[in-house]
Ligand binder design. Structure first.
Ligand code: 6GU
Length: 246
């Protein structure tokens, strides 16, 4: 996977993503990352990249010329027109399903806006996907781009150490993950659930499934609608519902 980020703050992207698991993936070359400074493409002699909006109103708008030229240079280098993801609160809300879809691409371009946004005409020309990370407003697209890159990268082969660890966790099957425990066996009077010390693998698996169901029911009941539930799961949940209502 090759990521390209078109931004006015390339350092913000490179600094943050060179650490931890994504940093290790970059070193191993499971993924690559290039942050391109849109300002370097402006033909304005004062290096300006924005101007006031036609029709009036607050703030500044990023102009078409530097954004388009930065994009075109990149497109020529890549050799085809890859998906271009524009980070905006007006986009579709990012999900694990979208992460899976994007992870199948060879190249992805992220376009980060600032100020009041980017001139609509260049967006129409280059953007293929409008993506938001949730219903709140941020100052720019850089943090959302990093969130999306992180979520996609952990699905790319070779990025996670144990290839299976991306499979059995929150949002797999639309269920939340079960709780985890490690040494010591007792802390501040709290004991690790005894079933986990039993060595009985079938019982442990059953307990973990029930914990996932309970947790999803309590914290994210909206997810249960799209969860893949067995008859046994449904009975467990019915039981939970009956006991909570009484
Ligand atoms: Cl993608 N951009 C900005 N500026 N704010 C956001 C967002 C994106 N997603 C949620 N809020």
């Amino acid at each position: 996977m090759n990521y390209y980020v078109l931004t006015l703050f390339p350092e913000m992207i490179m600094q943050a993503l060179k650490t931890s698991i994504i940093g290790r993936a970059l070193e191993k070359e499971s993924i690559s990352l290039e942050a391109i400074d849109i300002r370097e493409y402006t033909k304005n002699k004062h290096k300006k990249v924005d101007d006031t909006p036609y029709g009036g109103g607050a703030g500044m708008v990023m102009q078409v010329q530097p954004v388009y030229d930065a994009y075109k240079t990149l497109e020529e280098k890549i050799g085809y027109r890859p998906r271009v993801i524009y980070l905006t609160p007006q986009g579709s809300v990012f999900s694990q399903k979208m992460a899976e879809e994007f992870a199948a691409e060879k190249d992805l371009i992220f376009l980060c806006g600032h100020y009041e946004g980017i001139d609509e005409r260049v967006l129409e020309e280059i953007v293929t996907d409008y993506v938001s990370i949730g219903d709140y407003v941020l100052t720019g697209g850089e943090l959302p781009a990093m969130v999306v890159i992180d979520a996609i990268s952990r699905l790319v082969p070779g990025v996670l150490k144990n290839e299976e660890s991306a499979q059995f966790e929150s949002f797999h099957d639309n269920l939340l993950e079960y709780p985890q425990y490690s040494r010591p066996e007792e802390w501040m009077g709290k004991k690790v659930p005894s079933v986990l010390l039993s060595g009985h693998h079938a019982k442990i698996e059953n307990w973990r499934r029930e914990q996932s169901l309970r947790r999803t029911y309590e914290r994210r009941p909206d997810l249960l609608k799209s969860a893949n539930l067995t008859e046994k799961d449904r009975k467990f949940l019915d039981n939970l519902r009956n006991n909570t209502c009484k």
